[in-house]
Design a protein around this ligand. Structure first.
Ligand code: ATP
Length: 340
């Protein structure tokens, strides 16, 4: 199976071709054009304009790759079996540009359309890459933060942020300090020279909150606490909160597999804490390679192929986007253990 995936929920205008290959050797080609705001965070209208400019370019590059690498010499047939796109969650204006492109391509190439939930794609790429059977997934991305696990045909949200996503929370702090977007990598680098200062730590059962810790971090910075110390403590607390809830999710589900998803998953300290926690309870931990953690069309193409193989395609008239598309709204038809 070969699927063209298109992603554009926020900042990454991305297209990919997933080829499930022969003899179990698959491949993913990804072309991404990132939107970089001149100042502040992501402006939805500017991001949508970026999608408008960049999506045709990245799609053309991906299709070129698909044509170059296809088997046989039938130049008239479509180089892919389906077009998959991210339907949500994400910024409405961006999603609409991507969906319009996907519908047009599915018609021109005369192949089915597959609508993918972006958060389920963050999870499935980890399951795909790790070979784990039924892992708990910690999605630590820009606009989201939650724990997912499969039960009775759906991915259930076991715990989540009660306010902002984890990446957005970190980015709000760095905007306050005057650093350019995205802030996560800058906090990670700066934290290396820091020492611990007290900041709030808020976990309530399976849910957690970042707003108090972010206000306290901004205040500490304004009060003259060295920025290295604030960055270090911010990372320690935020990641310990995520690790604590991940552990509770493993315990609750009885699973001994954890996968990581989302752009914040590129952070070495977060991975270190999760790996140590899994180690202590003899669970396996997998963090996908960075190109699959941050937003990318590769994960859309991979899940798109699984959905296509399961017959889970969309009619054009049912293909509207959903900026608030939750992972537990998706009937999971592509898993062989469906119904368990
Ligand atoms: P979503 O997937 O929820 O729609 P998103 O589209 O904003 O989120 P992602 O690509 O998953 O994006 O993640 C981007 C976020 O990851 C940004 O907030 C960025 O600051 C953060 N990030 C990137 N690298 C690091 C890092 N090394 N440490 C911490 N955070 C990071």
């Amino acid at each position: 199976t070969r699927v063209l995936g298109i992603e554009g929920t926020a900042w990454a205008a991305s297209a990919a071709v997933y080829d499930s290959g022969r003899d179990g050797v698959d491949s993913v080609f990804i072309e991404t054009d990132a939107y970089e705001p001149d100042s502040g965070g992501i402006h939805p209208r500017e991001a949508a304009e970026h999608m408008h400019d960049a999506i045709p370019r990245v799609v053309e590059r991906a299709l070129e790759h698909a044509r170059e690498t296809r088997d046989g010499d039938d130049e008239r047939s479509s180089p892919v079996d389906a077009v998959a796109f991210s339907r949500g969650p994400g910024l409405g204006p961006c999603l609409r540009v991507v969906a319009t492109a996907a519908r047009a391509l599915s018609q021109t190439l005369d192949v089915p359309l597959v609508g993918v939930n972006h958060m389920v794609a963050h999870l499935e790429i980890g399951r795909h890459a790790s070979g784990f059977d039924s892992p708990v997934c910690l999605n630590a991305s820009g606009a989201n933060a939650h724990l997912l696990a499969y039960r009775n045909g759906r991915y259930r949200v076991l715990g989540e942020t009660m306010d902002t996503g984890v990446g957005n929370a970190i980015d709000k702090f760095t905007r306050h300090v005057g650093w350019s977007h995205p802030g996560g990598p800058k906090v990670e680098a700066t934290a290396e020279d820091g020492e611990y200062v007290d900041l709030p730590y808020v976990v309530k059962g399976m849910d957690f909150s970042f707003s108090g810790i972010m206000s306290a971090a901004k205040q500490a910075y304004d009060d003259g606490v060295p920025v290295e110390d604030v960055c270090y403590s911010l990372q320690e607390n935020v990641f310990a909160m995520l690790t604590e809830v991940s552990e509770r999710a493993l315990s609750l589900t009885g699973s001994d597999e954890l996968v990581l998803g989302g752009g914040v998953g590129q952070n070495a300290r977060l991975r270190e804490m999760l790996a140590a926690m899994c180690d202590q309870r003899a669970a396996s931990f997998h963090a996908p390679e960075p190109r699959f953690l941050r937003d990318n069309a590769g994960m859309i193409a991979v899940l798109g192929a699984k959905m296509y193989d399961a017959g889970d395609t969309l009619a054009l008239e049912d293909s509207r986007v959903d900026p608030n598309y939750r992972p537990d709204q998706v009937p999971v038809r592509w898993r062989s253990d469906e119904g368990n």
